[in-house]
Write a protein that binds this ligand. Structure first.
Ligand code: 5GP
Length: 187
């Protein structure tokens, strides 16, 4: 699988260190608040599982399934809920856990639908932030790394469902995208 990688943008060690720092900051803020973490499927799962194991406070979890990307590497802006939350978030201190904020469209939509469910507070934590690609201003209270305008995979992030299990954040060789898109178009 690593033969498809052009370059590593963020190493496993860098991620580990930054996730620990984020966990400390979040734990400090939410210490007495019993936060409810909403993990956005599937990209944020790897980040979430590492993050919560560095947090020594009471918290609860839920999962929200959405899909915003087709076979292409550019955001369509079309968001579909594929799995709703199992629990009510009313009067809870909710923290959305996302893999990456790119155009900002997904997080804007998520903040809208979740705030309509009347949480006590609502904030967001993303591992990656591609500020340069924003189409809409949206608050991201916590984030791990700001990255350039490149399509990345690994540590939960996929391309056509592959590469989520890479332990680092990386950029694929351009021919991999072309090959996958060609395969998709033939279907
Ligand atoms: P946005 O709505 O902010 O443009 O995009 C958010 C979603 O698009 C993310 O949750 C993620 O699923 C996907 N996305 C955006 N940029 C990337 C990227 O560089 N790599 C991957 N694998 N997914 C991305």
């Amino acid at each position: 699988m690593d033969k498809d990688i052009q370059k590593i943008l963020i190493t496993e060690e860098e991620i580990k260190k930054r996730v620990r720092e984020l966990a400390e900051d979040i734990s400090k803020e939410y210490k007495e608040m019993f936060p409810h973490l909403v993990c956005i499927l599937k990209g944020a799962t790897v980040f979430l599982t590492d993050l919560i194991r560095e947090m020594n406070i009471y918290l609860s979890l839920d999962y929200l399934g959405i899909s915003s990307y087709g076979a292409s590497t550019k955001s369509s802006g079309i968001i579909k809920i594929t799995k709703d939350l199992d629990h009510s978030i009313e009067d809870r201190n909710v923290l959305i856990v996302e893999d990456i904020v790119d155009t900002g469209l997904t997080l804007t939509y998520l903040r809208e639908i979740l705030s309509a469910r009347k949480p006590l507070s609502l904030k967001a934590c993303a591992l990656l932030n591609k500020k340069i690609r924003r189409k809409i201003e949206v608050p991201v209270e916590y984030y791990g790394f700001e990255i350039p305008d490149e399509f990345v995979v690994g540590y939960g992030l996929d391309f056509n469902e592959k590469y989520r299990n890479l332990p680092y954040i990386s950029v694929l060789k351009p021919e991999i995208y072309m090959y996958e898109v060609m395969k998709y178009e033939k279907k």
